[in-house]
Design a protein around this ligand. Structure first.
Ligand code: ARG
Length: 406
């Protein structure tokens, strides 16, 4: 009898998979549910797993590890996929894969199993991550194999086999959530011209219904990592949770985008990521003050590269680790405070300060005490523009040189 480790959410798909593995493969199934801060899903997950025949149930609080090892490195790098998506789901998958592999090795399992569909990114992220960590382990993806093609098929199969599935009303959307953000897709959102209905948003206040008075918040960073809000030190999960609530109450963090999936299709997605949007905005403001121009330029490019790697499921790779090493070094001076204001769906930077600031008032000022040497600018411009003048003065171009020879 084979033993499988199943990534279990407690939803319909993974509950039916849990039973199906026992019926179809005669397997002993151990479930793993990673608590990444997705509060609304975790209630009763253990009882559901046991009711569907799990031989062993793990519900593991991985929030601290998630924030420290996955979220903070991507925040530091400024990783936003296609310039916009803060990567919540994408950052969760390598950690879930790591936990599946750990449990599989502990119990000597034959394979790991997930409930991802065959047209999404998450299957790629889980399987590439698991393969990088444990090349010997097999992966099974029932949704790609079985003949249950709809929710109705799954419910009918469960009824036929006496599997206790709570008969919940059909959900209008597909939702994936963790501390760093919530993704909403499918249903009426599949028409990219349709405005998101009010019920599509799960955790943020409608900006139109949010307070008209701005709320100020000060976020403190140490070496690129947020450590306190309004001078109160908070650990990673608490800090993110706090900002999700406060920024979310002002309607901050709503994203409506069409993104390019790794499997070659465009999809329309809503994200709610109040803390992520706020923290990326604050970090950027502090980098403007503390990093030199050339470091900022290279770091911004590598941040985009990192976002692509994370999105594509390539977390456990040498390139990802190398980019994070660069980002760690570059972020050393990113220490200080950023003051922001939330108001009706927006977050605005209104102040920044740092002991590592490169901003020099006597060089910047147009007022009294100006220490900038205006005269030296003339020589600078003469040399800086040298190449451009030479090129502009050239009368013979490569094409008419070649033309003349031929
Ligand atoms: N499109 C997003 C991504 O690829 C969100 C995926 C959400 N997953 C889900 N099972 N609904 O990262």
């Amino acid at each position: 009898m084979p033993t499988f480790v199943l990534a279990y959410s407690g939803g319909l798909d993974t509950s039916v998979i849990l039973a199906w593995l026992q019926v179809h493969h005669g397997a002993t199934v151990v479930t793993v549910t990673a608590d990444l801060g997705q509060q609304r899903e975790l209630d009763g997950v253990e009882q559901k797993a046991l009711a569907c025949g799990a031989a062993q149930v793990h519900v593991d609080d991985l929030r601290e590890e998630f924030v420290t090892d996955y979220v903070w490195p991507s925040l530091k790098a400024g990783a936003l996929y296609q310039g916009t998506y803060p990567l919540a789901s994408a950052l969760g998958r390598p950690l879930i894969a790591k936990r599946l592999v750990e449990v599989a090795r502990e119990i000597g399992a034959d394979a790991i199993v997930h409930g991802c569909t065959g047209k999404g990114n998450d299957q790629v992220r889980l399987e590439v991550s698991a393969a990088a960590l444990a090349p010997e382990l097999r992966t099974i993806a029932p949704l790609r194999e079985w003949d249950l093609h709809s929710r109705e098929d799954e419910i009918a199969w469960a009824a036929e086999h006496g599997i206790p599935i709570a008969a919940t009303a059909e959900a209008p959307y597909s939702i994936d959530e963790n501390l760093w953000g919530l993704a909403v897709e499918a249903g009426v959102l599949e028409d990219p011209w349709t405005s998101p209905p009010a019920d599509a948003w799960q955790l943020t206040t409608d900006p139109a219904a949010a307070p008209a008075t701005p709320e100020a918040v000060t976020i403190s960073f140490e070496a690129g990592i947020p450590v306190a809000v309004d001078t109160v030190p908070l650990d990673g999960p608490a800090l993110i949770q706090h900002l999700n609530a406060t920024a979310g109450a002002h309607g901050v963090g709503r994203i409506d985008m069409v993104e390019d999936r790794l499997v070659g299709i465009k999809s329309r997605e809503l994200y709610e990521a109040p803390a992520a949007v706020t923290l990326h905005t604050a970090r950027e403001a502090l980098e403007q003050l503390t990093l030199d121009r050339e470091t900022r330029r290279l770091k911004a490019g590598l941040g985009q590269e990192l976002a692509r790697l994370v999105y594509d499921g390539l977390w456990f790779t040498p390139l990802r680790a190398s980019i994070n090493a660069f980002v760690d070094q570059a972020s050393e001076p990113v220490t200080g405070d950023v003051r922001l204001e939330f108001c009706r769906g927006t977050v605005r930077v209104v102040g920044r300060r740092s002991p590592c600031s490169l901003y020099q008032h006597d060089l910047a000022t147009y007022g009294p005490g100006d220490a900038f040497n205006h005269k030296s600018a003339a020589g600078f411009i003469d040399l800086f523009g040298r190449e451009a003048r030479t090129a502009a003065q050239r009368t013979t171009t490569p094409s008419n040189v070649l033309g003349g020879v031929a």
